[in-house]
Design a protein around this ligand. Structure first.
Ligand code: 4AD
Ligand code: MG
Length: 452
């Protein structure tokens, strides 16, 4: 049975005979021995293997090893005299199972730029930094489920193919069979697309099961080539019945704090790497978010602050215009220097489903902005009043017939409810310090880019 290197490094079974496998990170020949640093991806740390020149395949194989080769090793765990490692393995057998021609293998020992690594997305998870992102992403995804499951939320698998455009921003990818027009033009009998959000279907289940959440891929055909946008990204969307905007914000804040706290404890080694090499001070930043209250202002106050700032922004600031990333970042980074919740946006710039406030002009919306990124959460209380919702949908030019089911929810046992969407990659950017969102998803899709 092979053991993971992470387990060996944690257990330190001195004197034990062990078997493990991995890839050569480096090799150093020292006369009667070769020192191999082996990593298997289970953690950042490598395990040092001492390969004696007396091994049968030493001259034929071991001497020819280079970075990237795959090996299976058997040997005895010893205390290591070398600095920075507690154990090493004296090999009784080193089998080379896959060579990596050093003249061709693109990942040599030196540091590569993240841009270069993006061009080789099939190899980049082998680097320390992208490997660490992969582990942190997996850990955090599980923590999301833990957070909700421990609080009694029910997970709903909302559809990926949908006939409703939740955000109504015309960013849906169309789903077709590619058949010629005529019979079978619309596989589902009407136009369908890839979901931009699971919210509307999550609302259906919230009106039956109470507190629910969906966590899955979402798609947006936005032609925006920014460091914060992907055409395919993952979103966490809780939806809570009998819950108003205050309750909604409370869940969002609790969730963010839980996730950061849990990550700092559970991925300490990888998080230290990001703190050292990606964003200095990252750990203190995240600890600060866990320990301090989030700031909160209304959209109207935000606009006042921006107008009073004396800053010259690229995009105009006026009540009724949406906040741009530069505005969001100024507020969260310079004015408050911590996460900021902005509430009560103008109805005219927000989707039809948000609940209209008593002023008739604003909606019970909330966005959470964080330093370095801007918006990571967008949510609202939902319009539960049938007549108000219908009027809003008509105003927005929505095909009412297609959304009869959504309106029905307001006819039979309608109840106040709220929810939000957390962009999983935006969260990963925040916790790893990665400036480009393309680094925190294994296979990024952006306009003109989807290599594998
Ligand atoms: O603000 P958005 O568009 O809200 C919704 O989709 C709601 N239906 C959510 C809900 O209330 N259930 O998107 C939510 C979050 C954003 O705050 C952002 O973090 C992320 O999703 N997001 C993106 N992430 C990466 N690439 C994109 N193109 C994104 N668009 C939104
Ligand atoms: Mg938004």
């Amino acid at each position: 049975m092979k053991t993971r290197i992470k387990t060996l490094l944690a257990d330190k079974p001195l004197g034990a005979q062990v078997a493990f496998a991995g890839w050569v990170r480096t090799k150093r020949d020292a006369g009667a021995f070769s020192f191999l640093e082996i990593g298997d991806g289970s953690s950042l740390a490598n395990l040092q293997v001492i390969a004696d020149a007396a091994l049968g395949n030493y001259d034929s194989d071991i001497k020819a090893l280079s970075t990237g080769c795959a090996v299976m090793v058997e040997g005895e765990v010893k205390a290591s005299p070398a600095k920075g490692q507690e154990i090493e393995v004296l090999a009784s057998r080193v089998e080379v199972v896959g060579w990596a021609d050093p003249a061709r293998y693109p990942l040599q020992k030196k540091r590569h730029s993240l841009e270069f690594l993006r061009e080789i997305s099939h190899l980049r998870p082998r680097t320390n930094v992208i490997g660490a992102v992969g582990r942190v992403r997996s850990y955090l995804g599980f923590a999301v489920h833990r957070f909700f499951q421990e609080r009694g939320f029910v997970q709903v698998h909302t559809p990926i193919i949908t006939t409703s455009d939740c955000e109504g921003a015309g960013e849906m990818f169309q789903v077709t069979t590619g058949l010629t027009p005529g019979k079978g033009e619309h596989f589902f009998g009407r136009p369908a697309g890839l979901t931009v959000s699971g919210q509307l279907q999550a609302e259906v289940y919230a009106m039956a099961l109470g507190d629910v959440y969906t966590f899955g891929p979402t798609f947006r055909a936005e032609n925006s080539n920014t460091s914060r946008h992907l055409a395919e990204f993952w979103m966490i969307e809780p939806e809570m019945a009998f819950c108003d905007l205050q309750g909604n914000m409370a869940v969002a804040v609790e969730m963010l704090k839980f996730l950061l706290d849990d990550l700092l404890a559970g991925c300490a080694e990888d998080m230290k790497l990001f703190d050292s090499f990606v964003e200095k001070g990252l750990l203190d930043k995240l600890r600060g978010v866990v320990e301090h209250e989030f700031a909160q202002i209304s959209y109207s106050e935000a606009v006042e602050r921006l107008l009073a700032s004396g800053k010259s922004f690229t995009f105009p600031v006026a009540w009724g215009l949406d906040l741009q990333s530069e505005h969001e970042r100024y507020l969260t980074e310079e004015v408050f220097a911590r996460p900021l919740i902005v509430t009560d946006y103008p109805a005219s710039i927000k989707p039809f489903y948000m609940r209209v406030n008593d002023d008739g002009k604003t909606v019970a919306a909330m966005d959470i902005l964080v330093p370095g990124i801007g918006e990571i959460v967008g949510g609202s209380q939902r319009e539960e009043r049938h007549d108000v919702l219908l009027a809003r949908m008509r105003e927005a030019g929505i095909a009412i017939d297609d959304y009869q089911w959504y309106l029905d929810l307001r006819l039979y046992g309608s109840a106040p409810h709220s929810g939000f969407g957390l962009g999983f990659e935006r969260l990963l950017q925040f916790v790893t310090g990665m400036t480009n969102i393309r680094e925190v998803i294994p296979f990024p899709r952006t306009p003109g880019f989807a290599p594998c």
